[in-house]
Design a protein around this ligand. Structure first.
Ligand code: NAP
Length: 248
């Protein structure tokens, strides 16, 4: 069953990792896909072809989600190209991990701008087309680190916790217009990034998870499909942990 047929989704940061997986899963479910990337130009261009193979319309845009004006221009372009935006997935994010003692102002600002300000920028920009059509689903990628904190990630944790407060507020502001806003909080998701880690550390993480495995990109993408689809029509203002039971 295709759950997103006829919907247009805008996904930020889809050139790699979780965003890439979400774009493929959305296309499999029949959505037309507008997506962004920043530095991975070749991967972004390759993704268009991968998505078109599902028989849907796809277009990639090189756009910095941390830039307010660029976000506004992006949404205008997507509306011009696709006619509307039904689903926004604020997925783009970065880490600049270090202990507070060593953290520079730049490392703080970079993470807050790419992870939190980006969510404000894009949500504000899609508000107009979503209000006009009186429907929409906004999905913000938080993290269990934003719920429980983590030593060496105070900038990242603060940005991801900020996303949760923002999500709950927007759900309350826009609910009367049939616009839903939810957050996903993935746990330990195994990607190319984690492949590079010491296998002993990875094994330690896996054994601490009740389901005894790291999450896959597909696990997160499936939860995103649920929030994007009408299956979640009565779900708004929620944070769904996709963490194998690590947080309860
Ligand atoms: P990733 O592999 O590093 O991919 C990040 C994506 O975001 C890339 O496509 C990157 O594009 C894009 N991006 C970064 N800054 C951007 C900006 N300013 N404007 C536009 N695009 C930007 O990361 P990931 O592991 O898939 O994580 C995706 C999201 O899930 C992030 O928000 C992350 O915090 C969250 N998350 C991940 C995990 C995990 O275990 N992996 C757990 C919890 C939450 P370019 O490559 O083109 O620069």
């Amino acid at each position: 069953m295709k759950l997103l047929e006829g919907k247009t989704a805008l996904i930020t940061g889809a050139s790699r990792g979780i965003g890439h997986g979400i774009a493929l899963k959305f296309a499999e479910h029949g959505a037309n896909i507008a997506f962004t990337y920043l530095s991975s130009v070749e991967k972004g261009e390759a993704l268009v072809k991968e998505l078109e193979a599902f028989g849907i319309k796809a277009k990639g845009y090189r756009s910095d989600a941390a830039n307010f004006k660029a976000a506004e221009e992006l949404v205008n372009s997507v509306v011009a190209d696709f006619g509307t935006v039904d689903v926004l997935v604020n997925n783009a994010g970065i880490t600049r991990d270090t202990l507070l003692m060593r953290m520079s102002e730049e490392q703080w600002d970079e993470v807050m701008n790419a992870n939190l300000k980006s969510v404000f920028n894009l949500t504000k920009a899609v508000q107009k087309p979503m209000l006009k059509q009186r429907k929409g689903s906004i999905i913000n990628m938080s993290s269990i680190i934003g719920v429980k904190g983590n030593a060496g990630q105070s900038n990242y944790a603060a940005s991801k916790a900020g996303i949760i407060g923002f999500t709950k507020s927007i759900a309350q502001e826009l609910g009367s217009r049939n616009i839903r806003c939810n957050a996903l909080a993935p746990g330990f998701i195994e990607t190319e990034m984690t492949d590079a880690l010491d296998p002993k550390i990875v094994e330690g993480w896996r054994s601490s998870i009740p389901l005894k495995r790291g999450g896959t990109v597909e696990d997160v993408a499936n939860a995103t499909v649920f929030l994007a689809s009408d299956m979640s029509a009565y779900v708004s203002g929620q944070v769904i942990n996709v963490c194998g039971g690590l947080l309860t």
